[in-house]
Design a protein around this ligand. Structure first.
Ligand code: ADP
Ligand code: MG
Length: 720
C-alpha cells in the first residue's frame, strides 16, 4: 500500500485547474456588491433614516429602536434579493479568529421571513466557550454582541453578517473590536487638540491602516498528509531542502498557475465584499505570497483583514489548496508577517505624516512624527507585547526579520533633520526671521519625496507618509497592536500639548514653544532610532548598550501587562480597565501554553507513531544487509556505521520525547499562568524542540526516501 505521502503526491500530479470567471469585466461593476454600504443604504433607506445612520457612523451617535427597525427591514429585503436565508452577528473574540452563529430569517409561527431591529442591534450568543481571562464566572457566562454601524454589513456565503462588538454581561470587552473603537476615539481626541495649534478647522482625525498580508500556499493533499500542519499550523519536522530561497528567484517572479487562479478568485470575492485588494506578488520564500489592499479607516481595515483571511481560506478549498497563515510554517525559509501601514488623516483631508510644501504643515508633520517616535520609545515593551504570540516568536526571537528589539527607522533625510533640530537648540530666532528656514524645516518635502530609501529590517519604519509596523504576526488580529499604537500615540500627544501650553504660558510664542518641545522629545527618544541592519548581531549588542529591551519569548514579553503603568495607560484613555488588561494577559498566556502544548504533543505523536517505526524498519533492513555481507565475508563496516547512526538518533528521539512528556506533566500542575507559560517556554520548547527535531531530520536524511512517512519540505514548497 502506498503511504499517505505517496498518495498525496499522486493527487497533486493529477490536479486540474479550476476556471475563474469574473462577474464582470470591470471591477467597478462588482466592487462592494455584497456590502450594505453607503450607496446601498442611501438607495434603500428613507432620507431621515439614512441621515441617522450616517451620524452614527461619523459621530458614534446612538441608533434608536424605530430607526433600527427600519434599517433591519431594508437590510432583510436587500439580503433576500440576493438569496440570503440566514443572518449572524460577526465578531472577533480573543481566540484570534472570527466567530459567527447563524440564525434563520424564517419565522415559523408567522410563516414568513422576519428580521427585527432588536436582532440587528443586539444578540446574546452562548459565549461561555470563548476566552474571557476569568472575567465571567461560568454561572454568568453571558456575553452580548452589539452592532458596530461604522463597519458595513456584508453577505458571506448566503449569510448576512453584522459586524459587532462582543462584551460581557458586566460590560467588559471580550473581543478585539471594542478596545480598538475606543482607541480610535482616544487618538482622535488627542490629535484634534494638537491639530488645533495649526488649523482650527480640524474636527476629526482618523487613523488609517493598510495591511500587507503574507501567507504560504500548499496543495491540500500535501497539507492533509502533514499532521503537524493540520494540528499546529506549522511543520515541526522536515529537513531543509537542497534549494531554499537562496536563489532569490521566487520574489516578484511569475506566480504559479494554480496559485494565480486562487488569487484571482479570492480577490473577486474580496472585492465584492468591498475589500479593496490591490497588490499581489510572490514573497521571498518558495510557496510564499502577499496580498495588500488599499488603506482604509482603521476599524474597517481591521475587519477587512479578518474577513479577507476567511475568504482566502474558503476559496483555497475550491482550488484544492491550503493557505497557511502561521508565522513560521517552515523552518529555514522566511516566515510571514503582516505589515501594518498606519497614518493619521484629518477631516480636512491632510495626512499628518505627509511632509508638504507648506512650512506650517511641516511643523505639524514634525509634531506628529516626533510624538510617534516618543510613543514608541516610551512604550517599546508594550508594543512588543502587543505582537507577542507563540507563532510570532519563531520570527521575532529567531535570526529573522524583524527582530524582537523595537526600533524606528526614519531614513537618512529625516534622521539628519531631527539631529539638526536637536542640535540647533541654540539657533536664535529673531522677530522677522523665517524660523522654518533657519531650522531647515522648510525643505523637507523635496528631499523626502525623492528619498524613498527603505530598510526592510526595521520593525517600525517611516515610509514616506506613514509608519509601517512590520513585526505584527501573519495570523494576528491587527486590532491588538493597532489599539496599542493608537493609545500610546494618543498618550504622548496629550502630554505634548500640556508641555507646549506650559512653554506658551511661560511667554514663548506658539511656534517656538512647539519647536522647543519637539527638541526635548527628539533628545529623549533618540535611543529608539536605528538606521542600520536590524538582523545583525551588532545591533543586538548595540541595543543592549542603549538599554533597549530584547524580549525574545512571548511569556517574557507579556510581563509588561502586569505593570501598574500599563494598566493606568489603558485606563486613562478609557480603552481597557485594569480588569480587562489583566484578563487579556491571562488569555494570551493561556493561548501561548496551549499552542506550545499542541506542538509538543504533535511532535511526540509523530515521533513515536511515524518516525521511530519507520526508522526501525529501515534499521532492520540494514541489519539484514550487514549480516548478509558478513556471511559472504565482505566488508560491512559502512552498513554498521549507518546502523549506529540510525540507532543513536532513534534513541535520542525516544528519550527526549519521554523527558518532554514528563516536563509537560510537571508544568500542567503549575497554578500561575505566567509561571506555566515561562515553564513551557524554557522546559518544553527550549529544552526539547530543537533536539527532537535535529534527530528526526537526520533520520529523514538516512532513511530510504520511499518509506519516509511525512511529506518532505521540497515537496511542500515546490510542488503545485
Ligand atoms: P510596500 O512597498 O511596503 O509594499 P506600498 O507602498 O505598496 O508598500 O503600500 C503598502 C500599504 O500601505 C498599502 O496597503 C497601501 O494602501 C498602504 N498605505 C499607503 N499610504 C498609506 C497611508 N497614508 N496610511 C496608511 N496606509 C497607507
Ligand atoms: Mg511593506
Amino acid at each position: 500500500m502506498a503511504t499517505l505521502r505517496q498518495q498525496a503526491l499522486a493527487m497533486v500530479q493529477a490536479r486540474q485547474r479550476v476556471p475563474v470567471i469574473p462577474p464582470a469585466s470591470k471591477i467597478s461593476d462588482f466592487f462592494g456588491t455584497n456590502v450594505f454600504g453607503t450607496s446601498q443604504m442611501k438607495q434603500s433607506l428613507a432620507p431621515s433614516v439614512f441621515k441617522k445612520v450616517m451620524e452614527a457612523i461619523d459621530r458614534g451617535s446612538k441608533i434608536d429602536s424605530a430607526t433600527a427597525e427600519e434599517i433591519a427591514s431594508a437590510v432583510k429585503t436587500w439580503a433576500m434579493s440576493k438569496g440570503v436565508t440566514h443572518y449572524t452577528h460577526w465578531f472577533q473574540p480573543l481566540t484570534g479568529s472570527t466567530a459567527e452563529k447563524h440564525d434563520s430569517f424564517f419565522d415559523m409561527y408567522a410563516g414568513m421571513e422576519k428580521f427585527r431591529g432588536s436582532a440587528l442591534v443586539q444578540q446574546e450568543p452562548d459565549a461561555s466557550s470563548f476566552p474571557n481571562g476569568g472575567i465571567r464566572s461560568t454561572f454568568e457566562a453571558r456575553g452580548y454582541t452589539a452592532w458596530d454601524p461604522s463597519s458595513p454589513i456584508f453577505i458571506l456565503e448566503k449569510t448576512l453578517c453584522i459586524p459587532t462588538i462582543f462584551v460581557s454581561y458586566t460590560g467588559e470587552a471580550l473581543d478585539y473590536k471594542t478596545p480598538l473603537l475606543k482607541s480610535i476615539e482616544a487618538i482622535n481626541e488627542a490629535s484634534v487638540a494638537v491639530c488645533q495649534l495649526f488649523d482650527r478647522n480640524v474636527r476629526k482625525v482618523t487613523p488609517s491602516l493598510g495591511v500587507e498580508q503574507e501567507y504560504f500556499v500548499i496543495d491540500k493533499a500535501l497539507y492533509a498528509a502533514r499532521p503537524d500542519l493540520v494540528m499546529a499550523g506549522r511543520s515541526v519536522f522536515g529537513h531543509i531542502p537542497a534549494r531554499g530561497q537562496q536563489l532569490e528567484d521566487h520574489y516578484f517572479g511569475s506566480i504559479p498557475t494554480r496559485v494565480k487562479d486562487f488569487m484571482m478568485e479570492f480577490e473577486i470575492e474580496a472585492l465584492k465584499l468591498g475589500i479593496p485588494v490591490m497588490t499581489r506578488h510572490n514573497e521571498v520564500a518558495p510557496g510564499q505570497f502577499e496580498v495588500a489592499p488599499i488603506f482604509e479607516e482603521i476599524n474597517k481595515a481591521t475587519d477587512h483583514n479578518q474577513l479577507l483571511m476567511d475568504v482566502m481560506d474558503k476559496v483555497a478549498e475550491k482550488h484544492s489548496l491550503k493557505v497557511l497563515f502561521h508565522e513560521k510554517p517552515f523552518a529555514g525559509v522566511n516566515g510571514s508577517g503582516k505589515h501594518n501601514n498606519w497614518s493619521l488623516i484629518t477631516d480636512t483631508g491632510i495626512n499628518l505624516f505627509q511632509p508638504s510644501n507648506s512650512a506650517r504643515e511641516n511643523l505639524q508633520f514634525l509634531t506628529f512624527l516626533v510624538a510617534t517616535i516618543k510613543a514608541v520609545y516610551d512604550n517599546a515593551d508594550l508594543l512588543r507585547a502587543s505582537i507577542a504570540s507563540a507563532g510570532n516568536d519563531f520570527r521575532l526571537g529567531a535570526n529573522e526579520a524583524p527582530p524582537a528589539i523595537i526600533s524606528i527607522f526614519l531614513g537618512a533625510t529625516l534622521s539628519e533633520l531631527l539631529d539638526e533640530l536637536e542640535k540647533n537648540g541654540n539657533v536664535k530666532i529673531e522677530k522677522g526671521d523665517n524660523m522654518y528656514m533657519k531650522l531647515g524645516i522648510s525643505k523637507i518635502p523635496e528631499i523626502i519625496l525623492d528619498n524613498t530609501d527603505r530598510n526592510r529590517t526595521s520593525p517600525f519604519a517611516f515610509t514616506g507618509n506613514k509608519f509601517e509596523f512590520r513585526a505584527v504576526g501573519s495570523q494576528a488580529n491587527v486590532g491588538g497592536p493597532m489599539t496599542t499604537l493608537n493609545v500610546i500615540v494618543a498618550d504622548v500627544l496629550k502630554q505634548m500639548l500640556k508641555d507646549i501650553d506650559k512653554e506658551m504660558n511661560g511667554g514663548k510664542e506658539k511656534k517656538i514653544a512647539i519647536v522647543n518641545v519637539l527638541r526635548k522629545y527628539i533628545k529623549d527618544s533618540k535611543k529608539i532610532r536605528f538606521e542600520g541592519d536590524g538582523y545583525s548581531e551588532e545591533w543586538a549588542k548595540e541595543a543592549e548598550k542603549r538599554g533597549l529591551s530584547n524580549l525574545k519569548s512571548t511569556p517574557d514579553a507579556l510581563d509588561v501587562y502586569e505593570k501598574k503603568a500599563t494598566k493606568e495607560l489603558f485606563e486613562r484613555h478609557n480603552v481597557l480597565n485594569h480588569i480587562e488588561v489583566h484578563a487579556r494577559h491571562e488569555i494570551m498566556l493561556e493561548d501561548f501554553v496551549k499552542k506550545v502544548q499542541i506542538e509538543s504533543r504533535v511532535m511526540g505523536d509523530l515521533a513515536l507513531n511515524h518516525i521511530i517505526p519507520t526508522a526501525i524498519l529501515y534499521q532492520n533492513k540494514l541489519i539484514e544487509n550487514a549480516n548478509g555481507l558478513k556471511g559472504l565475508g565482505l566488508d560491512h563496516s559502512a552498513a554498521v556505521e549507518t546502523i549506529k547512526d540510525v540507532s543513536r538518533h532513534i534513541e535520542s528521539v525516544k528519550s527526549n520525547v519521554s523527558a518532554m512528556v514528563e516536563a509537560r506533566k510537571r508544568l500542567n500542575k503549575e497554578e500561575s499562568a505566567s509561571k506555566r507559560a515561562k515553564g513551557y517556554q524554557k522546559e518544553v520548547k527550549e529544552a526539547y524542540f530543537d533536539k527532537i527535531r535535529y534527530a528526526v531530520d537526520k533520520l529523514e536524511l538516512l532513511v530510504e526516501d520511499e518509506s519516509w512517512p511525512l511529506v518532505k519540505y521540497r515537496e511542500m514548497l515546490f510542488i503545485r
